[in-house]
Design a protein around this ligand. Structure first.
Ligand SMILES: Nc1ncnc2c1ncn2[C@@H]1O[C@H](COP(=O)(O)OP(=O)(O)O)[C@@H](O)[C@H]1O
Ligand SMILES: [Mg+2]
Length: 224
């Protein structure tokens, strides 16, 4: 089984979008896939239940049939920092909760599993727990989604540096185009390619999901 943690240079940079494509790409070569979003903040009332958009996207992109509760056991309603939303709800997010949800999905025997973080890399979960500690406990290599926009060079390098300082390995990174035309896109991409030693898994174009899926399918060997 291959399992990776997916982080990004910020919130709203395409972690869910890219994770869904990676899950679909792995399924297209016959793998049993599942996405896990241990902690989300921001829910809508849909089909008689409160659920988070990322959880719904990962559930749809998983080839294994899983409930929203399986994909996203800790779904906090307000779209704010999770540790604050948890405190408001009188809950404490613990490493044990997140690992229990992880093991519940592993028991379904996926071949390829992605765990999507929330926000960027250094995410507090409570007054005494940060997401990187959980990733370390689970011994997961990390995929970094770089949202290609002005400022991404600094965010990408700081994120990769922090992951390595936390004692974890960057398995690869994805250049995700957040707009149809980023000025000097190619120069920015080349700068990142020169500065990041981990492999570039894929370049994902803006809003062309079929082409994006093809690009990722051809690169799945990077994650073998
Ligand atoms: N390559 C892309 N092409 C088109 N839309 C994208 C792309 N990447 C992200 N988006 C859109 O941008 C928004 C933020 O992406 P999302 O995956 O939810 O980010 P994150 O999970 O990092 O918060 C979503 O509406 C998503 O559909
Ligand atoms: Mg997301």
């Amino acid at each position: 089984m291959s399992v990776f943690f997916v982080t990004g240079t910020d919130t709203e940079v395409g972690k869910t979008y890219v994770s869904s494509l990676l899950l679909q790409a792995a399924a297209s070569v016959g793998k049993r896939t599942v996405g896990y979003k241990p902690v989300s903040a921001g829910c809508e009332f849909i089909n008689g239940e409160w659920s988070n958009e990322d959880a719904r996207a990962l559930q749809n992109a998983s080839s294994i049939e899983v409930s929203l509760q399986d994909v996203n056991p800790i779904a906090l309603k307000p779209p704010i920092a999770p540790h604050i939303a948890a405190k408001q709800a009188g809950l404490e997010i613990t490493q044990q909760n997140i690992i229990a949800g992880f093991e519940h999905l592993v028991a379904k025997q996926p071949d390829f599993m992605l765990v999507e973080g929330a926000g960027g890399w250094r995410l507090p979960l409570s007054s005494s727990l940060w997401m990187p500690e959980v990733v370390k406990a689970l011994k997961l290599d990390v995929i970094v989604v770089v949202g290609m926009r002005l400022g991404c060079l600094n965010h990408a390098m700081l994120t990769i540096d922090a992951i390595q300082r936390d004692g974890l390995k960057v398995k690869g990174w994805v250049a995700n185009q957040l707009s149809a035309q980023m000025p000097v896109y190619q120069d920015n991409l080349n700068t990142l390619k020169g500065a990041i030693s981990a492999p570039l898994i894929a370049e994902i174009p803006f809003s062309q999901s079929v082409e994006a899926l093809q690009r990722i399918i051809h690169r799945m060997e990077v994650l073998a």
